[in-house]
Design a protein around this ligand. Sequence first.
Ligand code: T4K
Length: 406
Amino acid sequence: MNPKPFKSPIYVAKPFLPPIEEFQEGLKEIWNNAWLTNNGPVVQRYREALCRHFDTDNLCLFNNGTLALQIALQGMQISGEVITTPFTFVATTHALFWNKCRPVFVDIEPHHYTLDPAQVEAAITPWTSAILAVHVYGHPCQYDALAAIARKHNLRLIYDAAHAFDVQVGGVPIGKFGDLSMFSFHSTKLYHSIEGGMLVFADAGLLKTFDYLKNFGFENEEEVVMPGTNAKMNEFQALMGLQVLRHLPHLIERRRAIAECYRDQLADVPGVYFPARLPRNVTYNYAYFPVEIEESEFGLSRDELYAKLKEFNVHTRRYFYPLLCDLACYRSVPLSFPIPVARRVARRILTLPIFDSLAIDDVERICDILKALCPALVRRSQSSRASGSERINLGKPVVNGIYVAD
Ligand code: T4K
């Protein structure tokens, strides 16, 4: 096996674009209206479509997910300490910082990389006001356990659901769990509106507050009722969001096929571990395809593999390394407890390319490259050829009894 590099780069993500004629048709309305932003008709129609999609009226649109989360925390008056995960994108913790809240980083669980409820409960102090959990990669958090802790200690439960668009648990949209969920519609996401964000929340009273906060606090031309900011979605974003929504089932189906192909092709590669399968009642969106690389079995470290894949024009990402608590801006935040699982996952994680237009042939080629780069696999196949044996057993040991091989 001697795979060749790709001619053009294969990135971790590639945005879906609707047929250009469809978009041009939609642009005509915006041109005719000469109304580009400030709650225009396309944004209003988009909001209605999403309210129908998620079966709720408690939904507010923003120009990106980061500002949506910042405004959520402000509108809910979250203060003091907030228990959160270090294994996420920087925006999760930045939103706390911008609200003058202190992040309290606790460990994640090893199967799906979401907050470990036992660690959350142990970190509660008299200053704790909320839990900010992340459905990382679209994997649902342990929502029952987190809800029980939030109830018991009178805390708000907020989800960063940036990766979890259209994920359901038992047929219930994931945005219905907890007090509030934030979704990101950034171009790199499985579902996007170029840039964009959405809040879905339990308390209907918050809608007015969020509408004020994203529009400078304007009540009318003469009255500003709170010091808001500018976080409005514009008409072009809404048009893209509306059009991509129509294609969503196809986009998710393509990703499912790609994910299954990766699982098949990589199942027997030593030192490649998948997150555990999600429970049967979860309808997943295949937002990302993370694997863990165990150097002692694979024969290369995660970082060596990441660099070598680049030489083949395969641009994987190490989402989410470094851990947020190790970044210059959060290094001074003390850890209440050690976070061994997060540390190990951050050292081993690699997210492979997944997007609707990635051909299955190319997925197989990425897997062939990865296998050709695996010294342990190459050695095994050489020795089996030398001994003339036809089949080799590449069954994977379970590391520390924790990782669930597929
Ligand atoms: N919470 C969580 C848990 C998040 O993951 C995010 C965002 C947020 C909050 C904040 O939501 P937003 O404010 O973004 O709505 C990307 C995205 O920019 C970011 O939205 C996302 N998470 C994060 C996980 O990934 P980068 O810095 O990795 O993006 P970038 O520009 O390196 O893009 C990744 C790859 O995608 C590129 O190598 C090429 C490809 N790409 C990218 C763009 C922008 C394209 O092919 N076309 C494109 O237009 O952060």
